[in-house]
Design a protein around this ligand. Sequence first.
Ligand SMILES: Cc1cc2nc3c(=O)[nH]c(=O)nc-3n(C[C@H](O)[C@H](O)[C@H](O)COP(=O)(O)O)c2cc1C
Length: 370
Amino acid sequence: MKNAMCEMFGIEVPIFAFSHCRDVVVEVSKAGGFGVLGMARMSPERVREELRWIDAHIEGRPYGIDVLMPTTYQDFGGHKFDAEQLFPRRQLEFVRTMLDEAGVPPLPPDEAHAIETALVSQFNFTPQESAEMIEIAMEHPIKLIVNALGSPPPSLVERAHARGIKVAALAGAPKHALRHKQAGCDFVIAVGTEAGGHTGHVTSMVLWPRIVDAVAPLPVLGGGGVGRGRQMAAALALGCEGVWCGSVWLKTAQSEVTPEIKAKMFEAGSEDAVLTRSVTGKPCRTLRSRFTDAWDEPGAPETLPAPLQAILWWGQGRTRVERARVKDFLTYPVGQIVGDMTEETSVRQVVYEMMSELVEAKDRLNGVVG
Ligand SMILES: Cc1cc2nc3c(=O)[nH]c(=O)nc-3n(C[C@H](O)[C@H](O)[C@H](O)COP(=O)(O)O)c2cc1C
C-alpha cells in the first residue's frame, strides 16, 4: 500500500498495533505493519530489557512505544504500603467480602503486601521518572512515541523530533485532536468508544471523520473496533490513513493473556465488552465479569478515583482471582470486536486476513460505485 503513513515509516501496510506484549510488537512489524509497545509506568530496568529484546528480534523493522506521561503526580505519602489506610474501609470490605463469599482463597498476607507495595510505587511515578524512561527508550532505534493520555509536552516533541522520532497521541474528541496538532504531533489516533481500554463515548463511525476534518492535513489513524479488513476499509473510506488496533492481538498465540482469559474472550459477545470504572477508576472497556457487575448492583459503593481503584482491583482482587482461576471473576481490557474473536490464531495470520478482506471490500466497492 502507498499513503502518508506507509511513507512516514517505510512500512508495507498501515496497520498499527498497540500491545503490552513485545512478541506481538515484533511480529506485527515483521509482517509489514508497525508494532507499538505499551510501556505504561515501566521501571527503567524493564524498559531496557524489553527494548533490547525487541532490537534483537525485529530484524531492523520499525517500531514505537506508547507511554503514560502523568501531568499530575500522585503521592500516597505516609499510607504508601498499607491497604487498611490507603483505601476507604467501605470499598476495601466490599471487594474482600465479594471474593470471600465466592470462595476465592485469599493470598498469603506477605504476598498481598508485596503486590500492593509494587503497585503503589508504580503509581507513584514522578514526571522525572517518566522522562528518564523516555530518555532510555530514545537510546534504542524507536521511530515513534505515542502519548496515551493528553497532549505530549513541547520538550518531549522537540527531543523526539531532533532524533528523527515521530510523535502522536490518542484522541476521543476533535478538541483533543486539535490540541495534539498544536502540540506538534505528526499524526493523531482517533479512538472510538468500541475500543478496549480507556475510551470515550462516541463511536468510531462518527468520530473518525470529524477528527480527520478537524486536523487536516495531518494524518489520522482510526482506532476502536478494527479487527478485520472491512473495518479497515471503513477507516480508509472515512478519511483515515491507517488503523490502530489493540484488541485483535489478544486472540493470537503471541499475546500476553492467560489461556483462561483467552477462552473467556472466545465465548464472549460484543455486549460483554463493558465500559466500567471498576477496574481503573476511569471509563475502561473490559470483559464483563462478576467483579465489574458487582459495582453496578444496588447498594454497591462508588468506585474510587484513579489510580486508587486500579490499585484496589489489582492488589486485592486480580491476583487473587487469577491465581485461583475463577472464571466468573476474570476480566481484561478488550473492545467490542471481542464478539468476532472465536479462536486462537497468529499475528501474521491476522495481518494477512485483514489485508485480503480489505482488498475484497475494495473490489466490491469498485463494482458498486463504478
Ligand atoms: C489490553 C489493552 C490494554 C490497553 N492499554 C493501553 C495503554 O496502556 N495505553 C494506551 O494508550 N492505550 C491502551 N489501550 C488502548 C489501545 O491503545 C487502543 O486505543 C484500542 O485497543 C483500540 O481499539 P480496539 O481495542 O478496538 O482495537 C489498551 C487496549 C487494550 C485492549
